[in-house]
Design a protein around this ligand. Sequence first.
Ligand code: ZN
Length: 94
Amino acid sequence: MDLTQPAKPSIPGAIPAPACGKCGGQMNEGFVLDNSYGTTSVSNWIAGKPEYGVLGNVKTAHKKQMPVHTFACRECGYLESYIRPEAGPKASPR
Ligand SMILES: [Zn+2]
């Protein structure tokens, strides 16, 4: 886990790194990687409880997905996540 970089937002319009809600330490910007079937992406948040198809996959069709932006505390490792559309792959520059 690389928490050695200075805490500064790299995404335009992103909120500044908050102080850790557990220990008050400095937090660094990042994201949670969704890595499956040879592809990588940022994890998304979907409203409601998960619904499963006949093959056991979570149904995502017709559901709005919001990219999750996560901060990690440099001191204790606590993670704090926010829904941030600008963190997604189709974000348009402001
Ligand atoms: Zn902390």
